[in-house]
Design a protein around this ligand. Structure first.
Ligand SMILES: [Fe+2]
Length: 295
């Protein structure tokens, strides 16, 4: 495997379009097939009065990321107060707006279905002392959220490297999801009967965890815990420079964030019905593999 197998480069420099129709089609097909769309010239530029915020000092003691919830406007993970806090929220909101506009221009077929989720700001160096393999995002994994069941909806994420010192962000990208699932699904233990109902009743999940959500969480954990897989699995190193952006279905693409600091990220959820080709989606791949409905 090499970088061109897992990544497609588009030299778009504007957040607000327009994007030629043949690029729109190519972008959507590549994304859904499990490639990283890389935009080397799509830079998110903090304003001069935002530059002091590009520092790990804005984090509160215990957190690695600052998150902004678009439904509540709540900003979490920062120790900042007053006008500095407002300035940080404003920068993240500006990024969220730019990211949403960009996605609408790039993939108009998604526009009516986009559900903007959290915006995150990651000012610190990627954690090189995580508390457990499960917490270690330097290990290859697919994304799955323990408290947020998605019932088969997709996770699409746009990242921008805004490191003021020009540091690149280093990722590794793994094998196709279907190959990964073929190897790991037969090894997964079944969920405890009734556990999804219990988690929802206790308020530990926002809605009920489907069999799909349970399986994706187990795949996330199983990949990260398997040291042999981590070292032997096919994988490609990507260097994502400061001033670039990239877009990827992180529920489909095995990825590891190895090194780097000061990135912004916008998450979107999308229903399966918005896919040009839903057969590539993790839900469909897992349903084919297990021979049963998972949501
Ligand atoms: Fe991830």
């Amino acid at each position: 495997m090499n970088a061109s197998d897992v990544m497609e480069t588009l030299t778009i420099a504007r957040w607000d379009g327009p994007v030629p129709a043949d690029w729109q089609r190519r972008a959507r097909a590549s994304l859904e097939a499990g490639r990283v769309l890389f935009f080397p010239a799509l830079a998110f530029r903090p304003a001069p009065d935002e530059r002091p915020l590009l520092s790990p000092a804005v984090l509160d003691n215990t957190r690695k990321n600052i998150s902004l919830d678009p439904s509540t406007g709540r900003l979490g993970g920062t120790s900042l107060a007053g006008s500095e806090r407002e300035r940080l929220a404003a920068m993240m909101t500006r990024f969220a707006t730019a990211a949403t506009g960009f996605l609408r221009a790039l993939a108009p077929g998604y526009a009516a279905h986009l559900e903007p989720a959290r915006t995150s700001f990651r000012p610190a160096e990627i954690d090189d002392r995580p508390t457990s393999p499960r917490q270690d995002d330097r290990r290859l994994h697919v994304d799955a959220f323990p408290t947020r069941p998605l019932q088969g909806r997709r996770i699409l994420r746009l990242f921008s490297n805004i490191a003021p010192d020009g540091t690149a962000r280093h990722w590794r990208v793994g094998e196709p999801f279907a190959d990964f699932a073929d190897a790991f699904v037969p090894r997964l233990r079944p969920a405890l009967p009734g556990s999804a109902t219990l988690l929802a009743a206790l308020g530990l999940t926002k809605g009920r965890r489907s069999a799909y959500d349970e399986m994706m969480l187990r795949l996330h954990d199983a990949a990260k815990r398997d040291g042999d897989y981590q070292s032997r699995a096919p994988q490609v190193a990507l260097e994502l420079p400061a001033g670039s952006s990239w877009l990827v279905y992180t529920d489909l693409v095995l990825h590891a964030a190895v090194r780097g600091h000061t990135a912004l990220e916008q998450t979107f959820y999308l229903p399966l019905s918005a896919m040009a080709d839903p057969e590539h989606a993790p839900l469909r791949v897992l349903e084919r593999l297990t021979g049963r409905a998972l949501v």
